[in-house]
Write a protein that binds this ligand. Structure first.
Ligand SMILES: *Cc1c(COP(=O)(O)O)cnc(C)c1O
Length: 389
C-alpha cells in the first residue's frame, strides 16, 4: 500500500462488534486470560497490553501509522511534544554525556539543554546552521547525540541531512535526533538519510486542528527499546483519547499538507511582491538561500512563511492588529491561519543578538498558513500591510 492508504487503512484489530471506525479504548489496564498469559506477557515472551502507561490499542495504532510514514522500525507516543523531546534525551543519555545541537531549536528544548540537563551532568554545545562546518569542531569524546530541527523555527533555515548523516562514517556511535515537527514525515523523511530517531510535537500538523497535545519518537528499534524502559517507569504516556483523535487526524495529513503547502507558497509569493516587505523566507521560494537543498530534501515547502516587515517592531505590531481573519497566536500547524511576532513572544527570552543569530529581527512575522480559501488569506494579509503603513 502507498503511504496515504496506510494512514487510512492501518487500524487496531476489529472487535466482535464489527465496528467500522476504531473504538476509543478508555481503559487503564488489561486483563489476562489466565495466570500463564500474564506471566508470559510480563516476561516479554508474547506481545500484549498490560497497562495504558506502557501501551494501549489506540496509542499502538497511532504509532504504527507514524512509523509507516517515517520509515521507522518502532516508536513511542507521549503526552506532549516536549515529553517526547525530553525522553529522546533522558531515555538515551546519562550523566557525563554531551549533546551537539544546532542553534535554532524550540524554546523549551533550548531550556532543557541549557538549564535542566546541566543539573544532571549532561552538557551541550551549539553550532550554527549557517556554518555547518563547525559541527565537527563541536564534537567531543563524550558526544553521544546530535540534535536539530530542519527547517528551523522561525528562520526556516535548513540542515542538509545527507551531508549530516555522512558524519556517522566517522562517529558511528553518535545518535542523530531530528525534531521533524515542522516538515512532517509526509514532506521530509530524515530516517531515509540515516537519521537514528525523529521526535515530534503531534500537537502541530499531525492534529492540525489545534485540539490536543501529543508527541512521538520513532526510529531504530534498539534505541526505542531503551527509551521504553524510561517511559514505562516515568509515565509520560499519551492518553488513549488523544491517540484516538491523532490517529484519525493522520488519515487526512497528506491532503491537509498539500493544501497548507500550496497556500503557503502563494502567501510567500504575494509577500515577496509587496513593497512593504524587506525579505520573505519560504523553503520552496527560489529566493531562499537553500532553495536547491529544499527542493531535494522536502517534497513541498511546508506551511510556514516568515517575513520581515519594513518599519520594525512598531510596524509589526500595527500589522498584527490590522489583521481581521488571521488570528494572533503562538501556535502553528492549524487549519486556521495564525500570525506570530517571534521577537516579543516565542523568542522574547533570547537577547537581540541571539535572535539575530537565528534570523529573528524586530520586524519578523511568522505566518502559519491555514486551509482557508487562499484569496481570503492573501486579502487579509495584503490589507493589513496597507493599513499598517
Ligand atoms: C511545539 C513544538 C514542540 C513542543 O511540542 P508540545 O506539543 O507543545 O509540547 C517541540 N518542537 C517543535 C519544533 C515545536 O514546534
Amino acid at each position: 500500500m502507498k503511504e496515504e492508504s496506510k494512514l487510512i487503512r492501518t487500524q487496531a484489530a476489529r472487535s466482535q462488534n464489527r465496528e467500522h471506525s476504531v473504538p476509543l479504548y478508555l481503559t487503564s489496564s488489561f486483563i489476562f486470560d489466565d495466570a500463564e498469559q500474564g506471566r508470559a506477557i510480563f516476561a516479554d515472551e508474547i506481545q500484549g497490553n498490560i497497562y495504558s502507561r506502557y501501551s494501549n490499542p489506540n496509542t499502538t495504532e497511532f504509532i504504527e501509522k507514524v512509523c509507516a510514514l517515517e520509515g521507522a522500525e518502532a516508536g513511542l507516543a507521549f503526552s506532549s511534544g516536549m515529553a517526547a523531546v525530553f525522553a529522546s534525551f533522558a531515555g538515551l543519555l546519562k550523566s557525563g554525556d554531551h549533546v551537539v545541537a544546532f542553534r535554532s531549536i524550540f524554546g523549551s528544548t533550548h531550556q532543557l539543554l541549557t538549564t535542566l540537563f546541566p543539573r544532571w551532568g549532561i552538557t551541550s554545545t551549539y553550532v550554527d546552521a549557517a556554518n555547518p562546518e563547525g559541527l565537527e569542531a563541536a564534537i567531543q569524546e563524550n558526544t553521544k547525540m546530535i540534535f536539530l530541527e530542519t527547517p528551523s523555527n522561525p528562520g526556516l533555515e535548513l540542515v542538509d541531512l545527507e551531508w549530516l548523516c555522512k558524519i556517522k562514517e566517522k562517529y558511528p556511535n553518535i545518535i542523530i535526533n531530528v525534531d521533524n515537527c515542522f516538515a512532517t514525515p509526509y514532506l521530509q523523511k530524515p530516517i531515509a538519510y540515516g537519521v537514528d530517531i525523529v521526535s515530534h510535537s503531534a500537537t502541530k500538523y499531525m492534529d492540525g486542528q489545534g485540539r490536543v497535545l501529543g508527541g512521538i519518537v520513532a526510529g531504530k528499534a534498539d534505541l526505542i527499546k531503551e527509551m521504553m524502559f524510561f517511559i514505562r517507569h516515568t509515565g509520560p504516556a499519551m492518553s488513549a483519547f488523544n491517540a484516538w483523535l491523532l490517529s484519525k487526524s493522520l488519515e487526512t495529513l497528506p491532503v491537509r499538507m498539500d493544501r497548507h503547502c500550496s497556500n503557503a507558497l502563494k502567501v510567500a509569493e504575494a509577500l515577496e511582491a509587496s513593497a512593504e516587505v524587506e525579505v520573505v523566507r519560504y523553503p520552496h521560494l527560489p529566493s531562499h538561500p537553500q532553495y536547491d537543498l529544499a527542493k531535494r530534501q522536502m517534497k513541498q515547502g511546508g506551511g510556514i512563511v516568515t517575513f520581515v516587515i519594513k518599519g520594525g517592531f512598531e510596524r509589526a505590531k500595527r500589522f498584527l492588529d490590522a489583521l481581521e481573519m488571521v488570528l494572533i497566536s503562538s501556535n502553528l500547524g492549524d487549519s486556521r491561519t495564525i500570525a506570530t511576532h517571534p521577537a516579543s513572544t516565542t523568542h522574547s527570552k533570547l537577547s537581540e543578538e541571539e535572535r539575530k543569530q537565528i534570523g529573528i529581527f524586530p520586524g519578523s512575522i511568522r505566518i502559519s498558513v491555514g486551509l482557508e480559501n487562499i484569496d481570503d488569506i492573501v486579502e487579509d494579509i495584503s490589507k493589513a500591510l496597507e493599513v499598517s503603513r
